[in-house]
Design a protein around this ligand. Structure first.
Ligand code: AMP
Length: 281
């Protein structure tokens, strides 16, 4: 699998494919690959050429310790990508950020709550790097996981605001057998911590059941939050019910998707997950 660290060399390689009329699918990642990432690559197979990137983007970490502790193993990642991806881009920090960045995005209500509130600067850093990658790679389609639902919605907004000619595909959340959403950060959990973390999805399931029983949103939130409070070792950051514009909901709107989103820490590891209580599609 061809592997590039320089953006100009990657662009030349992709130009060759484009000249042959081939479509390009792009899957951005921060590495420490798991089956969630690999499922995005499988979705991208609908394109002729699948490009993956591995780049731990310092700009989207608002916590230096989280950045330092982020798992990295390029050799293992390259082995996992064999057969699933045609071109790998794994640039250095200097390659992507030769100069300091002054650009600043404002996604309005979309980034006001949840991750935007608890990780100030996170979506700005994400949008900067995604924009740079979109310009370097110029894919036809790019694939993002619904695990990072707010990120997916912000990327869609970014593409619309900046007229990127790229179709954004949202892919389902891949889970462990226990229900725990796959995440690179799960590697940092002990066995006991992993067990505790499985309660994140169990709580969301309680929310789904309460919603299908016709409970109102405030009661659903109380049920789920109270459940999390009983779990020793699970430190809830937020549990919110939102529409697809990421407005907090207190009552059930007549139309549109409704998602329940959670962030919690287990053994100091920050984990997020969500379920759709009502899907638009
Ligand atoms: P990351 O490496 O964490 O930045 O994630 C790269 C991409 O993989 C993002 O689009 C994530 O939403 C997606 N992703 C991460 N975990 C999962 C998962 N469990 N299921 C599906 N997609 C995922």
């Amino acid at each position: 699998m061809p592997y590039f660290v320089k953006k100009e060399e990657l662009a030349l390689e992709l130009d060759k494919h484009r000249a042959q009329g081939k479509t390009i699918g792009f899957v951005p990642t921060m590495g420490a690959l798991h089956d969630g990432h690999l499922s995005l690559l499988r979705h991208a197979r609908e394109c002729d050429v699948v490009v993956a990137s591995i780049f731990v983007n310092p700009l989207q970490f608002n916590n230096q310790k989280d950045l330092d502790q982020y798992p990295r193993d390029l050799k293992v990642d390259r082995e996992k990508l064999e057969g699933l991806c045609d071109v790998l881009f794994a640039p250095s920090k200097e390659e992507i950020y030769p100069n300091s960045v002054h650009l600043s995005f404002n996604f309005g209500a979309l980034e006001r709550e949840l991750e935007g509130r608890f990780r100030p600067g996170h979506f700005n850093g994400m949008a900067v790097v995604v924009s740079k990658f979109f310009n370097i790679i110029a894919p036809d389609k790019a694939y993002f996981g619904k695990k990072d639902l707010q990120q997916l919605m912000i990327v869609r907004q970014l593409v619309s605001d900046l007229n990127f000619q790229i179709e954004i595909i949202g892919c389902p959340i891949e889970r462990e057998k226990s229900g725990l959403a796959m995440s690179s950060r799960n590697q940092r959990l002990s066995k006991a911590g992993n067990q505790i973390a499985t309660n994140i999805f169990k709580g969301l399931n309680k929310g789904e059941i309460a919603f299908s029983d016709g409970s109102n949103l405030e009661d659903i939130k109380t049920t789920v939050t109270s459940f999390y409070e009983t779990i020793e070792g699970l430190d809830l950051e937020y549990c919110e019910i939102v529409d697809e514009q990421f407005n907090l909901l207190k009552t059930t709107p007549a139309h549109g998707g409704i998602a329940m989103c959670v962030a919690a820490k287990v053994e100091g590891v920050r984990l997020i997950d969500n379920v759709y209580l009502r899907s638009q599609i």
